[in-house]
Design a protein around this ligand. Structure first.
Ligand SMILES: *Cc1c(COP(=O)(O)O)cnc(C)c1O
Length: 370
């Protein structure tokens, strides 16, 4: 079965080949230097990525979930407070809210798979302290509408940008559109390291100073702890890999967009819903998500043709066993629930060849036309 795979869903080993020499050289250099955490590579990465996102400050942290924990914690959010996000996000978004002791509230999504501003105000209570719109699939949420609701109710906004590095809204990069941007550098994200990693962006200097200390035990210098913190740092070797890959992020993003366009063109006359495009938003197609009838038949058909596909995500937050305490039931988020039955992610990554993309297109066409 293994060698029947013509288009794997991911192929991280292939990407490593491209950076192999540079990464291995750096690994030798850093290993000899003995500076393994909180060194120059991290500082450089933080400066480079702040510039890339168009913000004043950036912080490397342990992973994308910690990034959200650190942001919420330093905003003073905790027990008794509510934070609103969406039911179709990755578990980590909600896990982070629970981790700081706050209660997670959910709001349904729109056609963009993102937080629906139309339904948001009904969920806001006097306990609500922050909103976490998720730029799911790499497409920015409707930030103008979300930010204006946040202003009206005096709420913090944290962009969960884990899937969306490089995406823009009115030509501004995600991570620069609200109070704080949280990113993941997990191996499956568009910009990734060789393990776990995360990143926080902000223009708020006061919050930045606090988050910077919080991620490193609350230490303001080697021997002085000004408040209790956690250990969530981006290692030097991971920061070095992030620096190396950041240099080609624009090219990589371009390739994601090219593949998305190729899928769009190749599938446009079929009766299936492709990702919606918006004038003011440019996505990075972390996932290329179709909405299709007879999804499991299509998935099986593609599998037999050697094309791997996935569902992001088949099981929504509010139906997870862990979420029982949130008090929701099936039927509470009808748009998310409908989408969860129909969505299918096709393979998309920069190393994918055009011939492979065309092969996927042909297989999908065969399914619907034969
Ligand atoms: C990946 C992801 C996270 C969590 O990032 P980790 O680095 O895995 O902790 C959070 N939110 C979304 C939307 C993600 O895709």
């Amino acid at each position: 079965m293994e060698n029947n795979i013509k288009v794997p869903f991911v192929n991280l080993g292939l990407q490593f080949e491209e950076y192999k020499e540079e990464i291995l050289d750096k690994f030798r250099e850093l290993s000899s230097s003995g500076q393994y955490v909180m060194g120059e590579e991290l500082t450089n990465f933080e400066q480079n990525i702040a510039k890339y996102c168009g913000v004043n400050h950036a912080l490397g942290v342990g992973n994308g979930t910690d990034a959200i924990v650190i942001a919420l914690k330093c905003m003073g959010i905790g027990p008794g407070d509510e934070v609103i996000t969406t039911p179709n996000t990755f578990i980590g978004t909600v896990g982070a809210i629970k981790m700081v002791g706050a209660q997670a509230r959910l709001v349904d999504v729109g056609d963009d798979y993102n937080m629906s501003p139309d339904k948001l105000e009904e969920v806001i209570t006097d306990k609500t302290k922050a909103l976490i719109p998720v730029h799911l699939t790499g497409m920015p949420a409707n930030m103008d509408a979300i930010n204006s609701i946040a202003r009206k109710y005096n709420l913090f906004v944290v962009e969960d940008s884990a899937q969306a590095i490089g995406a823009t809204y009115n030509n501004k990069k995600v991570g620069s559109l609200a109070d704080v941007g949280c990113f993941s550098l997990h191996p499956l994200k568009n910009l990734h390291v060789h393990g776990d990693g995360g990143l926080i962006t902000t223009n708020n200097s006061e919050l930045y100073e606090k988050m910077k200390v919080y991620r490193n035990h609350g230490l303001i210098d080697r021997d002085t702890c000004s408040f209790w913190g956690i250990n969530s740092r981006l290692d030097e070797i991971q920061a070095a890999i992030a620096n190396i890959k950041l240099k080609s992020l624009d090219r990589i993003t371009e390739r994601f967009r090219e593949i998305a366009l190729r899928y769009d063109e190749g599938l446009k006359d079929l009766d299936i819903a492709r990702p919606v495009r918006y004038l003011e938003r440019l996505g990075v197609y972390h996932n290329y998500v179709l909405r299709v009838p007879r999804r499991s038949d299509l998935m099986n058909f593609l599998e037999t043709r050697g094309v791997q596909t996935k569902i992001h995500y088949p099981k929504l937050i509010h139906v997870q066993p862990a979420a029982r305490e949130l008090g929701y039931k099936l039927g509470d988020f009808q748009e998310s629930e409908r989408q969860a039955q129909e969505i299918l992610s096709l393979p998309i990554y920069p190393e994918l060849k055009n011939e492979q993309v065309d092969y996927v297109i042909q297989c999908v066409r065969d399914f619907f036309t034969k």
